[in-house]
Design a protein around this ligand. Structure first.
Ligand code: ZN
Length: 470
C-alpha cells in the first residue's frame, strides 16, 4: 500500500497554522421547504439516472469506477447522520465527457465528468465538487426547487417520464426548445442561496473526510477561469450560479473546521494517468447534437416532414393538459405530451428531416415561468428565449389584444424559415394563469399551407378553456 507522508505533513502544518480551528462554530445548514418525501426523491432520481445512463457515455473502466465510488462512499460516511435518509441510493458514475461538470440527482445518483479530473490539481478538488453535489442530495435541493416553482404542470405523475430527457438536453423542434420548461433545468438549476448552503455543508463533509475545504474554493476558481477562457458559460456555471465571495466564505468555514486525519490520495495520480491514456471524450454540445440527430429524447415522431400532410378531420376530440387547460383538436391529429408542453400535430407534421427533428405543422400548448408580471414584458421574454434558437424569427405584423378563455391575451404573428423551405407562419398566444404562470399556445404552418389550416387553427384557438383550480 502506498503511503502519503508528505500530504499528512502538509495538513499537520496547516492545522498548526490555524489556531482558531475548532473554536469558531461551523455554519448550521438547514433543509429547505419540500413537499416531496425522501422516497419520492429516490424514485425521481433513479428514473432520471436510468435515462442519463442510456444517453451519456458512461466510463466502464473498473478501476476508475471503483475509485470514484470509494471517494463517494467516504463522503457519505462522514456526512451528517441526520441528513442521511435510509431510503437514499447513492451511486457515483464516471462520464466520458470533457466539460468540467458533475451533477447529482435527487435521492443519490451522482455523475462526474472526466473533464473534472483533467482540470483538478488534486484529489481534494474532485472530492470538493463531489461533496458539494452530495450536499445538494442531502439538502434535497432538486425537489425543493420543484416545491418552490409556480408551475402547475408539475405534479409527480407528470414529472415521471419527463425527467431524464430534460436532464439530457432538448432534441425537439427549434421553437419548442426555447419554450420548454425543462424539468431537468428546473431541478438542477440551483439558487445562489442553495449554492452557498451546498458549499458550506460540502466543506464540512470534506473536512471530516480528511480534505482541506479550500480545495473546493480552488476548484471553483479553476471553473470560473475556464469559462472566461472559453467565452461560453459551462454547464456547471449555468446550474450552479456563483453566490459571490465563494473563496472568502469557504476559507472562513474551513477555519472553523477540524480537518480529520488526511485521506490517502495516492490513487489520484494513477487515475489521472488512466484518463490520459484513454481516447479523448466528447463535449456535451457534441453529445447533444448526436442525440438530436439520432432521435434523442423526443424519439416520437408523427410521420416524415416533407410528405403530404392530410387535411384536418372535421371531427374534433377533446384533449387536456394537466389541470391547466382543455381544447378541441382534429381527431386525426396526434398529441405529443412532453415536460410542460403538448404538441398536437397532423401526420407528417413532426419528425426527422435532414437529421433534425422538425415541427412543420400543428399547435403547441405549454406553460413557462414568466420573466415579468406584465403580460407584454412576459411575452417579450418568452419570444426572446425562442428567438435564441431561431435567429431568423421575425414579427410579421402588429401584436393584438385578444381573449383566451375570457382572459386578456396577446397574439403575436411571426415568420420564420420553414424546415421545408420557404417561410412558415407562427402565431403565438400568451396569457397569465391565476398563479402568475405564463400560458402559451402557438400555431405553426408553412406559408404554402397557411390557407388550408386557417379554419382549423381558428377553431382550436376558440376551443381553449383554462381549467386550473382557482
Ligand atoms: Zn451546486
Amino acid at each position: 500500500m502506498a503511503t502519503n507522508t508528505p500530504v499528512r505533513a502538509a495538513v499537520a502544518a496547516l492545522l498548526v497554522a490555524l489556531p482558531a480551528a475548532g473554536l469558531v462554530a461551523q455554519t448550521a445548514v438547514k433543509l429547505p421547504k419540500n413537499k416531496f418525501t425522501p422516497k419520492q426523491d429516490v424514485e425521481l432520481g433513479l428514473e432520471a439516472a436510468a435515462e442519463v445512463r442510456k444517453q451519456y457515455p458512461i466510463i466502464k473502466d473498473e478501476k476508475i469506477a471503483q475509485y470514484l465510488t470509494a471517494l463517494g462512499d467516504r463522503l457519505v460516511a462522514t456526512a451528517p447522520a441526520e441528513l442521511k435518509e435510509p431510503v437514499y441510493q447513492y451511486s457515483f458514475t464516471p462520464v466520458n465527457l470533457k466539460d468540467i461538470n458533475a451533477f447529482a440527482l435527487p435521492g443519490g445518483p451522482m455523475f462526474v465528468n472526466r473533464g473534472m479530473f483533467d482540470a483538478a490539481a488534486s484529489e481534494g478538488e474532485v472530492v470538493g465538487v463531489m461533496a458539494h453535489e452530495l450536499s445538494h442530495v442531502l439538502l434535497r435541493h432538486g425537489t425543493a426547487n420543484i416545491t418552490k416553482s409556480q408551475n402547475p404542470w408539475l405534479q409527480l405523475g407528470q414529472i415521471a417520464g419527463a425527467v431524464g430527457g430534460a436532464v439530457v438536453g432538448q432534441a425537439g423542434s427549434a421553437i419548442a426548445q426555447g419554450s420548454q420548461f425543462g424539468l431537468g433545468t428546473l431541478m438542477l438549476r440551483y439558487s445562489r442561496d442553495f449554492e452557498k448552503q451546498a458549499d458550506l455543508l460540502g466543506a464540512q463533509i470534506m473536512a471530516r473526510a480528511g480534505y482541506d475545504p479550500r480545495a473546493l474554493a480552488h476548484m471553483f476558481e479553476t471553473i470560473a477561469a475556464e469559462s472566461k477562457g472559453s467565452g461560453g458559460t459551462p454547464q456547471w456555471m449555468s446550474s450552479h450560479p456563483d453566490p459571490g465571495n465563494r473563496t472568502v466564505y469557504i476559507t472562513k468555514e474551513a477555519e472553523a473546521l477540524t480537518i480529520a486525519s488526511a485521506a490517502d490520495v495516492s490513487q489520484f495520480a494513477p487515475i489521472k494517468a488512466t484518463f490520459k491514456a484513454m481516447p479523448p471524450g466528447k463535449s456535451m454540445a457534441e453529445l447533444e447534437r448526436g442525440n438530436a440527430s439520432s432521435g434523442g429524447e423526443e424519439a416520437r415522431t408523427v410521420g416524415t416532414p416533407g410528405r403530404p400532410v392530410p387535411s384536418p378531420s372535421a371531427q374534433f376530440r377533446d384533449i387536456s393538459g394537466g389541470k391547466v387547460f382543455q381544447a378541441s383538436v382534429p381527431d386525426n391529429w396526434t398529441s405529443l405530451p412532453s415536460k410542460s408542453s403538448i404538441k398536437v400535430v397532423p401526420e407528417n407534421g413532426y419528425g426527422e428531416l435532414n437529421g433534425q427533428t422538425s415541427f412543420t405543422h400543428g399547435v403547441e400548448f405549454g406553460v413557462t415561468r414568466p420573466a415579468s408580471r406584465d403580460l407584454q414584458e412576459a411575452t417579450k421574454g418568452w419570444l426572446n428565449a425562442v428567438a435564441q434558437n431561431n435567429p431568423e424569427l421575425k414579427l410579421a405584423g402588429e401584436q393584438q389584444a385578444v381573449r383566451i378563455s375570457q382572459r386578456s391575451a396577446i397574439a403575436t404573428p411571426l415568420v420564420n424559415p420553414s424546415p421545408l423551405g420557404g417561410q412558415e407562419r407562427i402565431v403565438v398566444y400568451t396569457t397569465f394563469l391565476s398563479d402568475g404562470t405564463l400560458f402559451y399556445y402557438f400555431t405553426v404552418v408553412p406559408d404554402k399551407d397557411a390557407g388550408a389550416f386557417q379554419d382549423v387553427f381558428r377553431r382550436i384557438t376558440a376551443s381553449i378553456r383554462l381549467t386550473e383550480v382557482r
